[in-house]
Design a protein around this ligand. Structure first.
Ligand code: BMA
Length: 321
């Protein structure tokens, strides 16, 4: 078992510097009963950091809670959940088993919320929208089953909304695809653009993580990759760079992971050996605050920078496909 001192020493070396007081949010910080706090979307809204985190209830199904912070690290949870499965209307049938892994995608002066909706029909992606995080409007299901991990680019490209997504497949390793939409509701022109590599840390499957970050050199895509071991799957994070004008074109993919489970609360928990990100917040000075769930149990944070991630992609790339 690592001691806190051991992991602090490792921290200085990595491309992602872990926040010294991780985990930043756990179930003990939540004013209503939950079993876990993990896989949160985070955004900076009017100078405040808003986190929409997933929690397992003690029936094993998930809801989304909200916590706020002025510095991006010390969060205070709201008294009530932010989003629970719809009980009536067209969403209820497809959210019956829970709502999970919400991404907050800033887009055209609003926030698009993409989350996994679970039901007896499988898992599909629901899209909701908020301007102020006070009221939320469910808009549509934007995929059929089986799809998870959708992130929408912050601006239209060539007149269309663009997203990265991750269909399930029994035939090929689960890969990252791109899809386009004129109106956020109808999506198509889908293509597979990034796949896992055989006998590589992301060999089993990959999927979009944080909403893409715009840089002068291209879009940064922080994704998760999974490797199957004799002791179960290990979830790590990697980064790819997509062309600014044609994000279907992957310019470079870092060969090495940028974060792997190391801290005790990442190595053990509800699902051991998991770091899973749904959020990265770019700051004006080029810093990126990165957020991840540890072992599907707690929320963690760290920092990296646009320059470090760009160098990581470009200095030792591996093939995209
Ligand atoms: C994935 C999703 C994530 C989870 C991860 C590790 O398939 O269910 O929500 O963090 O597995 O359990």
């Amino acid at each position: 078992m690592f001691t806190r001192k051991d992991t602090t020493q490792k921290r200085e070396e990595g491309i992602v510097k872990r926040y010294a007081r991780n985990p930043i949010l756990t179930r003990d910080d939540i004013p209503y009963p939950v079993a876990t706090v993990h896989n949160a979307g985070v955004v900076k809204h009017k100078g405040q950091y808003i986190m929409l985190f997933r929690s397992h209830l003690d029936n094993g199904r998930s809801i989304i809670g909200r916590a706020d912070s002025s510095d991006g690290f010390k969060f205070k949870a709201h008294a009530q959940p932010f989003l629970s499965p719809a009980l009536d209307g067209p969403f209820a049938e497809y959210e019956q088993y829970g709502v999970e892994d919400l991404r907050i995608c800033p887009c055209e002066n609003s926030y698009l919320l993409c989350y996994s909706a679970y039901s007896s029909h499988g898992v599909r992606i629901a899209l909701a929208r908020t301007d102020d995080f006070e009221t939320v409007e469910r808009i549509a299901f934007i995929s059929q089953a089986d799809m998870r991990n959708v992130v929408i680019f912050p601006e239209k490209i060539d007149g269309r909304f663009v997203r990265l997504d991750r269909p399930h497949s029994e035939i090929s390793p689960w890969s990252i695809w791109i899809s386009y939409s004129p109106d956020l509701i109808h999506w198509g022109d889908s293509r597979r653009i990034l796949q896992s590599q055989t006998y590589h840390w992301d060999e089993m499957k990959i999927g979009p993580g944080a909403a893409p970050i715009k840089t002068p050199k291209g879009w940064l895509n922080i994704y998760h990759g999974v490797f199957q071991t004799m002791a179960g799957a290990v979830y790590r994070l990697g980064v790819a760079l997509h062309d600014l004008n044609d994000p279907a074109k992957v310019l470079a993919v870092g060969d090495r992971w940028i974060l792997q489970p190391e801290d005790p609360w990442e190595v053990t928990g509800y699902v051991p050996n998991v770091v899973f990100s749904c959020a990265a917040v770019p700051e004006d000075d080029g810093e990126i605050k990165l957020y991840w769930g540890g072992a599907d149990t707690v929320m963690c944070a760290g920092t990296t920078s646009v320059n470090q991630l760009l160098e990581h992609c470009m200095n030792s790339p591996r093939p995209a496909l």
